[in-house]
Write a protein that binds this ligand. Structure first.
Ligand SMILES: [Mn+2]
Length: 355
């Protein structure tokens, strides 16, 4: 089954037509990256309407949709709607702007526009289940990130700044084949490590400090995400203690992860260990999130996510403890859930490293 067929399996039986307008989902369905274009999918056929800039590439690469060069978008869509004899069209509620929706309502007056979350939810459900092909890209993205970190550990020493370490990581990831960074690389040191999403500064790393690095590479559209916290010189007993609690929480969550566990349950496996150690108030974010064509996507491993995490979902496991003014520790791997457990896609060691 191709992705369009799977989409209509996921949608209610009376859904006749889906208008896919977001860049990410257009790429998901057609396999082609572009900054513009529209997919219109019917139960028996899908079309990609795309402008002159992309038409050559689209005709050569898009296999599961008929490629049409964009002239006047809405009249072209209207023609297809008429050809397929449908009376309703679902839109991507979560990404379409109000202005786009108004435009569509004004033009397609006789078409029933479904502006609920139905289509966005159905696409999310598909994207939660990674194919072998997608997994290969994610693994490659992770390999690139780990190779970069391997190099950068040799570069980290007292006197080097957070920004310099971040630049080195970025440079190495691009060198090893990243098409982009998953997000702006986070490198923090010393007291700055207590800010989960701090921004790298010109602060030099000092002896006896933690260095926290959260980063990822993009390969063929797919993201990776990992965090390691290392020490320059010797950590204090308190630093070691906190590190080991986070590591224990992280390992326990990975051991508990399997297809069918709810996001809340998975979060709780790690959170209870941090709670029991007396650091519950210092773990102020959720355990993890889905990763794929976007760095943050469904499903979530968080206290608010009551749904089951499906088999073949890719999720991060990233507990942390952050003590304001002192230091923070986060350790992040990401895993693919299987029926009986999970496969850890992150191979980089997690023992506390002193550089
Ligand atoms: Mn993450």
């Amino acid at each position: 089954m191709n992705r369009f067929e799977r989409l209509f399996e996921e949608l209610p039986h009376d859904a006749e037509c889906a208008l896919i307008t977001s860049d990410i989902n257009r790429r998901y369905f057609t396999g082609m990256k572009s900054s513009d274009g529209t997919v219109i999918a019917f139960r028996d056929k899908a079309y990609l309407i795309i402008d002159f800039r992309y038409i050559e590439k689209a005709r050569a690469s898009v296999k599961n949709a008929e490629v049409i060069e964009q002239k006047k978008l809405y009249p072209q869509i209207a023609e297809l709607i008429q050809k397929h004899g449908v009376s309703g069209m679902a839109i991507e509620s979560r990404t379409m702007t109000v202005s786009q929706l108004n435009g569509i309502r004004n033009f397609f007056r006789n078409i029933d526009i479904n502006d609920t979350d139905m289509l966005s939810n159905a696409i999310d459900t598909l994207r939660c289940c990674k194919s072998q092909e997608e997994l290969e890209c994610i693994k490659k993205a992770q390999e690139i990130a780990e190779k970069a970190l391997d190099d950068v550990l040799k570069f980290i020493k007292a006197g080097v700044t957070e920004r310099e370490i971040a630049l080195e990581l970025n440079h190495r990831m691009f060198l090893y084949g990243a098409e982009d960074l998953s997000f702006e690389t986070i490198v923090l040191s010393g007291a700055n490590t207590s800010m989960p999403h701090g921004v790298p500064s010109d602060k030099p790393v000092e002896n006896g400090e933690f260095v926290l690095m959260d980063f990822g590479a993009v390969y063929n559209g797919y993201h990776s995400d990992m965090t390691r916290t290392v020490c320059v010189g010797q950590p204090t007993d308190e630093m070691k203690e906190v590190y080991n609690i986070v590591l224990d929480a992280q390992n326990t969550a990975i051991k508990s992860a399997h297809g069918g566990i709810t996001g809340r349950e998975l979060d709780e496996t790690a959170r209870s260990i941090i709670d029991d150690a007396g650091y519950g108030d210092y773990f102020g974010h959720s355990l993890g999130h889905g990763v794929g064509l976007e760095i943050h996507e469904k499903p979530n491993a968080s206290p608010n996510y009551m749904n089951e995490l499906n088999t073949a979902a890719v999720v991060t496991v990233e507990p942390g403890i952050y003590i304001e003014g002192k230091f923070g520790v986060r350790i992040e791997d990401f895993v693919i859930l299987t029926e009986n457990g999970c496969e850890n896609l992150t191979k980089f060691p997690k023992n506390l490293i002193s550089l």
